[in-house]
Design a protein around this ligand. Structure first.
Ligand code: GLP
Length: 240
């Protein structure tokens, strides 16, 4: 059963998770972080800015959850760019130790396996930050994703492309495909932190935390993990 913590605000959630990360990195300087993008984890990265001052982060490693396929890595909305701008640079992490799945078309046939090997070589992910999509997706594992899945290419559903259109000029500019850690990859991390804020996430949160374990709501896979902390605001908790 996941531990559910209801916090007064997204900022409070950011502080809570940031404190856990500081504890982890202080105890284990080469900790491996699972990094999420989207708007949800931003308060965590913001809270880390002041809290990591004075902590040696030179050995910290990180793996992003997902990336768009076929997007220029320098595009401001590629997840590589977002992780660089929001995490690597402000926190002073070593960019060579932070990876995102490679969405380049030329190498896409083996990019998933390459990513899995890199995560395994790092010893696995210690602490995985997760947001959740309105469809219940985690990473980009849309409904129907296998619980055993590993990093691979997926097609984005229309709802997710519409949700993410706010980051692009129009919905037509949102890529059609992504490469995402699988649900199996996510479940292999040692501690999951699932964050969600706002009423729009209430249905997905309820399904993930206490709905039937089903691939029709991929976030429900967290119920199969023995160490999950769900950090949500009142609105996101409203259907629990
Ligand atoms: C995006 C990401 C997910 C994220 C989710 C929610 O599409 N691929 O990793 O958790 O959708 O996004 P947001 O946090 O912006 O609501």
């Amino acid at each position: 059963m996941a531990e559910v913590i209801i916090v007064p605000s997204a900022a409070a959630a950011g502080v809570l998770v940031a404190d856990e990360i500081v504890k982890l990195v202080s105890a284990r300087p080469d900790a491996v972080l699972g990094l999420a993008t989207g708007s949800t984890p931003m308060p965590v990265y913001e809270a880390l800015r002041s809290r990591l001052t004075g902590v040696d982060v030179s050995q910290v490693r990180g793996f992003a959850l997902d990336e768009y396929v076929g997007i220029d890595p320098h595009h401001p909305e590629s997840y590589r760019s977002v992780i660089t701008k929001e995490v690597v640079e402000p926190l002073g992490l070593d960019p060579d130790r932070i990876q995102t799945p490679n969405g380049a078309l030329e190498t896409i046939s083996h990019a998933g396996d390459d990513y899995e090997r890199a995560i395994a070589a790092a010893g696995g992910i210690d602490l995985q930050i997760l947001g959740i999509g309105t469809s219940g997706h985690i990473g980009f594992n849309e409904p129907g994703s296998s619980f055993a899945s590993r990093t691979r290419v997926k097609t984005l559903i229309e709802q997710t492309r519409e949700d993410n259109a706010r980051f692009f000029d129009s919905v037509d500019d949102v890529p059609m495909h992504c490469i995402t850690q699988g649900l199996g990859t996510i479940l292999s991390a040692r501690h999951l932190f699932l964050l969600a804020f706002g009423e729009g996430k209430a249905r997905a949160v309820a399904g993930a935390v206490e709905g039937p374990i089903s691939s029709s709501l991929p976030g429900s896979a967290i119920q199969l993990h023995e160490h999950v902390t769900v950090v949500i605001d009142e609105a996101a908790a409203s259907q629990l």
